[in-house]
Design a protein around this ligand. Structure first.
Ligand SMILES: *[C@@H]1O[C@H](CO)[C@@H](O)[C@H](O)[C@H]1NC(C)=O
Ligand SMILES: *[C@@H]1O[C@H](CO)[C@@H](O)[C@H](O)[C@H]1NC(C)=O
Ligand SMILES: *[C@@H]1O[C@H](CO)[C@@H](O)[C@H](O)[C@H]1NC(C)=O
Ligand SMILES: *[C@@H]1O[C@H](CO)[C@@H](O)[C@H](O)[C@H]1NC(C)=O
Ligand SMILES: *[C@@H]1O[C@H](CO)[C@@H](O)[C@H](O)[C@H]1NC(C)=O
Ligand SMILES: *[C@@H]1O[C@H](CO)[C@@H](O)[C@H](O)[C@H]1NC(C)=O
Ligand SMILES: *[C@@H]1O[C@H](CO)[C@@H](O)[C@H](O)[C@H]1NC(C)=O
Ligand SMILES: *[C@@H]1O[C@H](CO)[C@@H](O)[C@H](O)[C@H]1NC(C)=O
Length: 481
């Protein structure tokens, strides 16, 4: 009898202890902290570690896809009509971006490296070849006109030069030339005025196989949240009108961002040299990439909003006070005076006016937004797609009859989609970590569940014990003796 009673009260005691322990574990987040510590230990760049080799040579393939807008009615546009364009592409390149010349500094708290990117054409993932023709704005010509529009004599000389070379506002390029560069006849003649000028032009001229300067990254040894974060960047100044990278200095991680334990309230900063600025992304939805759970982050529309909606964007109106409207960014300063305007593809999230100004624009959220899918537990990038459009600001320039009666408009030239998806092998490894973590994180809840179960058993036992009234009397002598 005494033994049975002891068992009953013992069950009750264990139940209460388990409940207290479980709740204490939930409140103190001890297992989450344990897990964080384990992850922290792994996210440091040290010679020989897996994190280092992944950082040095990221395994998932990165693809750069270019889409161009082929102009169908150049004469009409010069007469004041709306341009009509047809999207062509993708022209897909596999992007290789190893870290080279790696040197550890300051007892391994920082690491120096260069990050050359090499682009190799992937015919199987492209629609068309690099020899395809695309008719679009002659960016060197428009840049020269923009630069010298206010100096009457020089503009006359340039205008005559353009006529003799039959150079106009629009030009037909091969895709390869427009991207990787060609010797431009106008720039070649123009070297007389500016001998230091490069007479080649291309949207990605000199970007193949070259690095954009020395980077210094934090290794995460001092603070794991700094893992692979860029610390310094010493750019070289370039005299090419396009490839100046002075707008590259950014706060952020390089490509695969890695901030362990991402929450839904996080503000992720995306670095983008193409956009000339850093933008941020906010949590949008839960996703699953190759079976691994992730949070999707996208830049909210406020990032691109006009001043009425987001006064913080005042800094992006250049020159000061000169705002272009929602969704557009004047990148002229970063492109050495070329009248380049950046936006999302098809003017997604921009004022409807810009969409309406050009026949052939069709903005779609799924296709044209920038997305980042991150595994919240490890902060590892599961999938990313950076989508940016390059446009040229066109307007009538009185000193250049070449511009005809052209409307003032933002003309779309090309957009790109630089994307990466975690490779299968890394996804499998990550899945194991995620499963393990789920078990560890759930330990307190398992403890609480066992506690509750014991509680139920305890109540049942107590009730059963109290049913026969007579037994109470029998017990009394036992206790008093
Ligand atoms: C890493 O270690 C290997 C072998 O010990 C060595 O050859 C290599 O130079 C080291 N790398 C760096 C960046 O220190
Ligand atoms: C590197 O570590 C050594 C020994 O721990 C220390 O004496 C030295 O000051 C450290 N140097 C730097 C640059 O942190
Ligand atoms: C870039 O350089 C690599 C190696 O130098 C070469 O194989 C590749 O074809 C080049 N890509 C382009 C687009 O020129
Ligand atoms: C783009 O337009 C030009 C001029 O009409 C044409 O010659 C060319 O074939 C077009 N490009 C493609 C890829 O359709
Ligand atoms: C970069 O970060 C530093 C400190 O974290 C801050 O002072 C600086 O303003 C940031 N720069 C940009 C461009 O966001
Ligand atoms: C800003 O955008 C909103 C909505 O698109 C519009 O109603 C407003 O007029 C715009 N403000 C300016 C100054 O363009
Ligand atoms: C873009 O910025 C440049 C340089 O700040 C300026 O000269 C130009 O007028 C701006 N373009 C537009 C369309 O506002
Ligand atoms: C890149 O984005 C474009 C649309 O912007 C889409 O058609 C294409 O499939 C995307 N590429 C990849 C590899 O996701």
């Amino acid at each position: 009898m005494w033994l049975r009673s002891c068992c009953v009260w013992g069950t009750g005691l264990i139940c209460i202890l388990l409940l207290i322990a479980g709740i204490a574990m939930v409140v103190s987040q001890v297992f989450l902290k344990l897990l964080n510590n384990r992850i922290k230990e792994q996210v440091v760049l040290e010679n020989g570690t897996e994190a280092f080799s992944v950082w040095q040579n990221p395994p998932p393939p990165v693809y750069m896809q270019f889409y161009f807008f082929n102009l169908t009615n150049p004469e009409e546009v010069l007469n004041g009509d709306k341009p009509s364009v047809i999207e062509i592409g993708p022209y897909t390149y596999r992007e290789y971006r190893p870290k080279e010349d790696v040197k550890f500094m300051d007892n391994g708290t920082r690491v120096q490296a260069v990050n050359p990117k090499t682009y190799v054409f992937e015919p199987n993932m492209s629609r068309g070849s690099e020899d395809d023709l695309v008719r679009t704005v002659n960016i060197p010509a428009v840049t020269v006109m923009e630069k010298y529009k206010d100096t009457f004599l020089v503009s006359r000389i340039i205008s005559d030069l353009m006529k003799s070379l039959s150079v106009g506002v629009f030009k037909t390029f091969s895709v390869g030339d427009l991207l990787w560069g060609y010797e431009d006849p106008l720039l070649k003649e123009f070297k007389v005025f500016e001998p230091a000028l490069d007479d080649h032009f291309g949207l990605f001229y000199k970007k193949n196989g070259t690095n954009d300067g020395d980077y210094v990254f934090f290794t995460g040894k001092k603070n794991y949240q700094d893992f692979a974060r860029i610390n310094e960047w010493n750019g070289q100044s370039s005299l090419n009108w396009w490839s100046s990278d002075e707008c590259n200095m950014i706060n952020g991680t390089d490509g695969a961002s890695f901030h362990p334990i991402i929450t839904k309230t996080e503000k992720l900063y995306i670095f983008s040299s193409d956009l000339c600025r850093s933008i941020y992304a906010l949590y949008e939805s839960d996703v699953s990439v190759q079976g691994v759970p992730g949070f999707r982050f996208v830049p909210p529309s406020e990032v691109f909003a006009n001043l009425t909606i987001n006064p913080d964007n005042a800094g992006f109106c250049v020159p000061a006070g000169n705002c272009l409207g929602s969704g557009l960014l004047n990148a002229s300063v970063c492109k050495e005076g070329a009248p380049i305007i950046m936006s999302s593809p098809h003017f997604y999230q921009a004022d409807d006016k810009f969409v309406q100004d050009v026949f052939g624009m069709n903005p779609k959220k799924e296709e044209h937004e920038t997305v980042i899918d991150i595994n919240p537990l490890t902060g590892l990038l599961l999938r990313g797609a950076k989508r940016v459009q390059v446009n040229v600001y066109l307007h009538q320039i009185p000193t250049f009859s070449e511009t005809g009666k052209i409307r003032t408009l933002v003309f779309p030239v090309m957009y790109l989609n630089e994307s990466v998806v975690i490779d299968e092998e890394s996804a499998k490894k990550l899945q194991v970590v995620v499963n393990e973590a789920n078990v560890i994180i759930n330990i307190p809840f398992i403890v609480i569940s066992v506690g509750i179960l014991l509680g139920v058993i305890f109540i049942v036992l107590v009730c059963r014990q109290q049913v026969p009234e007579s037994t109470v009397d029998e017990r009394q002598p036992l206790i008093s003796s």
